[in-house]
Design a protein around this ligand. Structure first.
Ligand SMILES: Cc1cc2nc3c(=O)[nH]c(=O)nc-3n(C[C@H](O)[C@H](O)[C@H](O)COP(=O)(O)OP(=O)(O)OC[C@H]3O[C@@H](n4cnc5c(N)ncnc54)[C@H](O)[C@@H]3O)c2cc1C
Length: 471
């Protein structure tokens, strides 16, 4: 079994079916690709998280008397040959894996399947990343949905047609710490050499406990304690109102099906009638929606906007302004708090992802692809489909995009969703001393803090005019 962003043993369809159909023994394998690390990119925080979970997978395989191997290649085009070599070494007759939908991944998989099948090795692909696989939710004409609301309606009708039990095998998830032999530890450390450093380990380990069991405990706790108030709490960054499960979903330590079942069962009634469960499952549907969109429109994987008319938009490419946004030095407290949360924790609250992405694209008018890449470089939950979808939505270039004239005002958003300034004070200590509403607009009250780098009203009006002219 070739593992990719599905680093778990529970509810893993390729693993389950692979074991079931295996006449000999099943070997687990993961391939780290230097080209993907540089170009996609895969950031150091996520690489740290991936390595921790690979160690646990190796341990789980070893406990069940099986082997799990990790390989490093330079280029994506080396991957098929690496798998052929492994197949020859181990006399492998069949390869199983779970699908990924961005273009490079599809091409990689096609090339691998073609090579292995030409050598008489059968290959089988399963679906585990979305709850409902691409192609199963279409309009009456059989075309992909481009708008979320009708997609979600059709998705809800389809969910009953999906097998909703979790796959279990004789391989059991293990908690850290790993007790691998020195030689195995040395092998995986060698493969991941230079991918992350002590900074990642020290800053990420306290925030993101490693392992399927830890992810499952977080899911259970969220469903029991927070899901009921999710709809009321989810937009307030100072509150722990959301699940913080995205890093686990991104690399597949947890499946969306596990999430759906936990939420459905915790609701105790028909989940669609439960405000909290329905709202939270609505977010899992957004995740599926963006995966379906990437699968249906390959041009999105080539950095193209979904709305063709926006291709001619004159995005700014001002490196200085971009750097100020990246560093959280814009002079707009809520944006700076958001960007510093990202830089320090590798995660950002959803409301702030929208607000900071809109500020970059609509007030600074900097190319959304710059912001998209910066998020990929920083987020421990970096996921191409959700990130591309979120950026294109914010830039009004995407499917179901925010209309170009509806631009969030960061200051109003700040007053509404961080009314006490608690969140801003946490990440922008220069403003700690400001009381009441002054925290949202400190221009004249904090000498150590920069002036706003752009006039919010004027820049908004200019952007709207530019979109109007393009239309
Ligand atoms: C500009 C921008 C970039 C984003 N980049 C990413 C990214 O790289 N990786 C990523 O996982 N999410 C991304 N999102 C979506 C969303 O912000 C995060 O999934 C969410 O903040 C994760 O926190 P949570 O686990 O507490 O979410 P919860 O509110 O608890 O939601 C549960 C799960 O649903 C999914 N989800 C929630 N909101 C969305 C959404 N709007 N779109 C797609 N899936 C969603 C996530 O998997 C999340 O873990 C982005 C959003 C925007 C606006």
């Amino acid at each position: 079994m070739w593992f990719r962003n599905d680093l778990r043993v529970t509810d893993n369809p390729a693993l389950y079916h692979g074991l079931k159909s295996c006449t000999g023994d099943l070997i687990g394998c993961y391939i780290l690709c230097e080209q993907y690390i540089a170009e996609h990119p895969i950031n150091a925080r996520q690489l740290w998280f991936i390595q921790q979970h690979l160690q646990l997978l190796q341990q789980a395989f070893r406990n069940s008397g099986r082997t799990f191997t990790v390989i490093r290649v330079k280029r994506a085009s080396d991957i098929p040959a690496a798998l052929r070599k492994l197949s020859k070494q181990e006399s492998i007759g069949k390869l199983v894996f779970n699908a990924e939908y961005p273009l490079n991944e599809l091409r990689r998989d096609r090339a691998t399947v073609a090579l292995l099948e030409s050598e008489g090795i059968s290959c089988k692909r399963y679906h585990d990343r979305p709850l409902v696989p691409p192609g199963m939710v279409t309009t009456a004409q059989g075309t992909p949905y481009k708008v979320y609301t009708p997609f979600a309606r059709a998705w809800r009708n389809q969910i009953n047609n999906v097998a909703l039990t979790c796959y279990q095998t004789d391989i059991q998830p293990v908690p850290p710490p790993v007790q691998l032999e020195k030689s195995q530890q040395a092998q995986i450390n060698k493969v991941f050499k230079g991918c992350w450093g002590s900074r990642e380990k020290e800053s990420m380990a306290p925030l993101w406990p490693v392992g399927e069991l830890a992810a499952d405990a977080r899911l259970t706790s969220f469903c029991q304690k927070n899901m009921g108030a999710y709809q009321q709490q989810r937009d307030f960054p100072a509150a722990a109102g959301t699940s913080a499960l995205s890093p686990y979903l991104a690399i597949g330590v947890l499946s969306p099906k596990q999430c759906f079942i936990a939420a459905r069962d915790a609701s105790g009634v028909n989940w669609q009638d439960d405000e909290g469960a329905a709202c939270w499952i609505g977010e899992l549907i957004w995740r599926d929606f963006y995966m379906h969109i990437i699968a249906a429109f390959p041009a999105l994987s080539r950095h193209k906007p979904m709305q063709h008319y926006t291709e001619g938009f004159a995005w700014r490419t001002d490196q200085n302004d971009f750097t100020r946004w990246c560093k959280g030095q814009t002079g707009i407290p809520i944006i700076d708090a958001a960007m510093r949360q990202l830089n320090q924790t590798g995660w950002m609250h959803n409301r702030l992802r929208m607000v900071s992405a809109m500020f970059l694209t609509k007030n600074l008018r900097i190319d959304w692809r710059w912001g998209e890449r910066y998020f990929m470089e920083q987020l421990i939950d970096a996921d191409f489909c959700s990130n591309n979808g979120g950026w294109q939505w914010s830039a009004s270039t995407g499917t179901d995009a925010a209309p170009y004239f509806r631009i969030m005002n960061p200051q109003t958003q700040s007053e509404r969703f961080d009314p006490t300034g608690h969140f801003i004070r946490r990440f922008v200590p220069e403003l700690e001393h400001l009381e009441g509403k002054k925290i949202h607009k400190p221009a004249d009250n904090a000498s150590e803090y920069p002036q706003p780098m752009v006039d919010l009203k004027a820049s908004r009006a200019e952007t709207i005019e530019m979109f109007k002219a393009l239309k």
